[in-house]
Design a protein around this ligand. Structure first.
Ligand SMILES: CC(=O)N[C@H]1[C@@H](OP(=O)(O)OP(=O)(O)OC[C@H]2O[C@@H](n3ccc(=O)[nH]c3=O)[C@H](O)[C@@H]2O)O[C@H](CO)[C@@H](O)[C@@H]1O
Ligand SMILES: C=C(OP(=O)(O)O)C(=O)O
Length: 508
């Protein structure tokens, strides 16, 4: 019996190690033991103490045996200087758009190197509950998606659906597959009210009417209605553009979408739709002309591009820790304004020649940072729709401003609630003042020192705090990190490969 139990634990450890791409030798080194001991443990030939099991769990960032299903926390010991190189992973926002778009296709969609993050996991749970078959193919995180002939919306996994805002992007594809359906209200980060009205307005020309009641959207589709004029978006939003694109993809005529977002995730979606046989003119501009198809049934393979927000996060990590690192596979077109601003602030770095992402379209570079003394920018930092400074990159300028000499003013006009979370940096010794709910003033430079902080309910501010902890003297604890895992794959361990000292733990 014990032997059987040890064998099962050994298998779990072996699987978790392989998933992390570690050899037995590397795991042995991480735990201060020998490769032969790891080999015996994986074969179930050695007894294990609870303490050893916990250490395996921490080294593999995997809960080998579930001792309470409590949240994960991070313990950060700093200050840290990072070195080495790191690859940017593919984006959360293209990942979720493509998962929704796979519902347009009756054939098999294979997405390459998908970010293995909680936001994707939630959407996979929702898709599976509708009868879609999804399968991770290998350690590269290639993902296969095969929709069923009939989707079963009555069985939808409501709990998973409510944890992500992205379910709203089911509306565009679903309106072609059913005429009367319910979807749970969209959730996601708590950034203040985020309207869904622009989505409704964009989809109304395709005959969709949505009523919100009792925690769900009730959608009714009138097939007699089809777009007769260009669809003019009142907001240049990313997901609303994606919804309109997906609705247009299965509309056999030509649809024109004006004031469309041309941001990175929208471009990835357009490239995927092209592979499905949808014709799109104007990719990268604010007018998209889409000629859809009556039916899409193709086996398709697509590689989403790298995440500009993750690239910015890694750049901010290098800046706040005054480190020289190489960040590889940076989608440069979507980080140009941020880099220009950082150059004005005094950042020195080199960049490689451009090369193409696996989608054959997005331009990438490798960036190598140099230790630089930064000064605050003269003007306020504020986001704009692409090609402006990305709203999701704005929070990183709080921690960058905190290490720069002088006063940095950030103006987040987009979200009602996100700037407030940046005040948490004060617990680590920063001087951040809230001027009003949309503007913060950051006074640098800062001598950060360790503290215990609960993650705010928004992923970028949570990561900003983690980065400040890397620069903080002493031990910090960041509690309840689900929100970070929503958007980043394995961030703590990947920072550790650059020399950070971050331990993952759970309450027992
Ligand atoms: C899954 C995904 O792709 N999520 C991204 C997407 O969310 P998403 O497309 O869902 O963004 P929202 O529709 O919530 O827009 C964000 C906020 O900006 C406001 N707004 C937006 C555009 C505009 O032209 N005018 C305007 O006022 C909206 O009213 C809202 O309050 O875009 C956001 C803004 O880039 C990003 O933070 C999210 O990471
Ligand atoms: C706000 C964000 O995402 P979402 O739209 O998934 O909440 C984000 O990526 O910072």
């Amino acid at each position: 019996m014990t032997q059987d139990y040890l064998g099962r634990i050994g298998n779990l450890i072996r699987d978790a190690r392989k998933h992390r791409g570690m050899t037995q030798q590397q795991l042995a080194e991480a735990l201060g033991t020998s490769q032969s001991a790891i080999n015996r443990i994986e074969k179930g030939h050695q007894n294990l103490s609870l303490e050893m099991l916990a250490r395996f769990g921490a080294a593999l960032d995997s809960e080998i045996v579930s001792v309470g299903a409590g949240p994960t926390h991070l313990r950060v010991t700093g200050p840290t200087t990072l070195s080495g190189s790191i690859d940017v992973k593919t984006s959360k926002n293209a990942g979720v758009a493509l998962l929704c778009a796979s519902l347009l296709n009756r054939g098999r969609t294979t997405l390459r190197k998908v970010a293995r993050i909680e936001e994707v996991n939630r959407l996979l749970e929702v898709l599976e509950s509708l009868g879609v078959q999804t399968r991770w193919l290998n350690d590269d995180n290639d993902l296969e998606i095969v929709p069923p002939a009939q989707l079963d919306l009555s069985a939808i996994d409501e709990e998973a659906a409510r944890r992500t805002r992205s379910v709203i992007m089911f509306l565009g594809p679903l309106l072609h597959r059913m005429e009367d359906f319910h979807l749970p209200y969209a959730g996601g980060c708590q950034l203040g009210t985020r309207t869904v009205e622009p989505h409704m307005a964009a989809l109304r020309p395709f005959g969709l009417e949505v009523k919100a009641n009792e925690g769900a959207y009730h959608a009714l589709v009138n097939r007699a209605v089809e777009p007769v004029r260009p669809i003019v978006l009142t907001e240049r939003g990313d997901t609303v553009t994606e919804n309109a694109l997906m609705a247009a993809a299965l509309h056999p005529g030509t649809t024109v979408i004006r004031n469309a977002s041309s941001n990175y995730m929208v471009q990835d979606l357009c490239f995927y739709l092209e592979k499905l046989g949808v014709a799109i003119e104007g990719i990268g501009t604010t007018t998209l002309k889409v000629t859809g198809r009556e039916r899409i049934d193709v086996d398709v393979d697509y590689s989403p591009s790298e995440d500009p927000i993750e690239a910015m996060s890694l750049l901010a990590a290098a800046i706040v820790t005054k480190s020289e690192i190489t960040i590889k596979r940076v989608p440069i077109e979507f980080l140009e304004i941020e880099l220009a601003l950082l150059e004005e602030m005094g950042l020195q770095y080199t960049r490689s020649e451009e090369y193409l992402a696996d989608n054959g379209r997005t331009r990438l570079v490798d960036l190598t940072t140099q230790r630089s003394d930064l000064r605050a920018p003269l003007d306020k930092v504020h986001p704009m729709p692409f090609p402006g400074l990305n709203i999701d990159n704005l929070p990183f300028f709080a921690v960058i401003g905190a290490v720069a000499e002088g006063q940095t003013l950030l103006h987040d006009w987009v979200y009602e609630n996100r700037a407030i979370y940046l005040l948490e940096l004060n617990k680590l010794g920063a001087d951040v003042k809230l001027l009003d709910p949309h503007r913060v003033m950051v006074q640098g430079p800062t001598r950060f020192s360790g503290a215990e902080i609960v993650c705010p309910p928004a992923l970028r501010p949570a990561v900003v705090i983690l980065l400040a902890m890397l620069a903080s003297k002493g031990t910090s604890v960041l509690r309840t990190t689900y929100v970070i895992h929503r958007g980043y794959e394995d961030l703590a361990n990947r920072l550790n490969t650059l020399g950070a000292n971050i331990e993952t733990f759970r309450d027992i």
